[in-house]
Design a protein around this ligand. Sequence first.
Ligand SMILES: Nc1ccn([C@@H]2O[C@H](COP(=O)(O)OP(=O)(O)OP(=O)(O)O)[C@@H](O)[C@H]2O)c(=O)n1
Ligand SMILES: Nc1nc2c(ncn2[C@@H]2O[C@H](COP(=O)(O)OP(=O)(O)O)[C@@H](O)[C@H]2O)c(=O)[nH]1
Ligand SMILES: [Mg+2]
Length: 190
Amino acid sequence: GEMIVLLMSGGPGSGKGTQCEKIVAKYGYTHLSSGDLLRAEVASGSERGKQLQATMQKGELVPLDTVLEMIKEAMIAKADVSKGYLIDGYPREVKQGEEFEKKIGAPALLLYVDAKAETMVKRLMKRGETSGRADDNEETIKKRLDLYYKATEPVIAYYEKSGIVRKVSRNTDRNMLIQSNITSVLSLTP
Ligand SMILES: Nc1ccn([C@@H]2O[C@H](COP(=O)(O)OP(=O)(O)OP(=O)(O)O)[C@@H](O)[C@H]2O)c(=O)n1
Ligand SMILES: Nc1nc2c(ncn2[C@@H]2O[C@H](COP(=O)(O)OP(=O)(O)O)[C@@H](O)[C@H]2O)c(=O)[nH]1
Ligand SMILES: [Mg+2]
């Protein structure tokens, strides 16, 4: 049948990756982090990787077709073993969401991790001490946050229209919320 797709959205440092790990542990979905896919391409040393590195270093968005193609390839590579996909960090703007629906399909849920700006900055500055990422520095973090508020938050409103947004926020028990939402919406056995 149709493969389940969940989207994980939220600002840089909001905890998307951390929440994805919890969901994967509980439901066995295939976690595809768009940022990790891009960083793997950069690490490969390819010409395309060099272009991506320049963009990511500035905290800007890489070309839509590039990141969508990489996600699609990663989904196909896991199709025969996957229980469903948890896509982390994509879409980053409404157009990316529309293209995803055209080329791949409609998501079942958009999970949205809500965190305050100062919390995200503090976390990323701390992570930057050990992550070795070129974009975990104060200047780039600020650009990533600005981009998030300008381009990515509208994605939440876009999916609100189809009623599939579930917010994972600080003042709610995260595991309960995720469990109740996924179980109810996807009628998964707990
Ligand atoms: N659909 C996407 C996903 C990621 N990126 C680029 O990859 C970088 C890292 O993305 P990600 O790993 O998702 O990082 P953030 O969500 O910004 O935060 P965190 O690194 O903490 O996950 C982004 O800043 C952006 O430059 C992008 O252009 N388009
Ligand atoms: N204190 C605290 N730190 C968290 C929490 N969730 C994530 N972090 C930390 O914040 C940083 C960013 O988390 P990550 O999951 O990578 O966020 P992402 O950028 O949205 O993928 C990491 O160093 C995490 O360890 C949380 O609930 N509490
Ligand atoms: Mg992440």
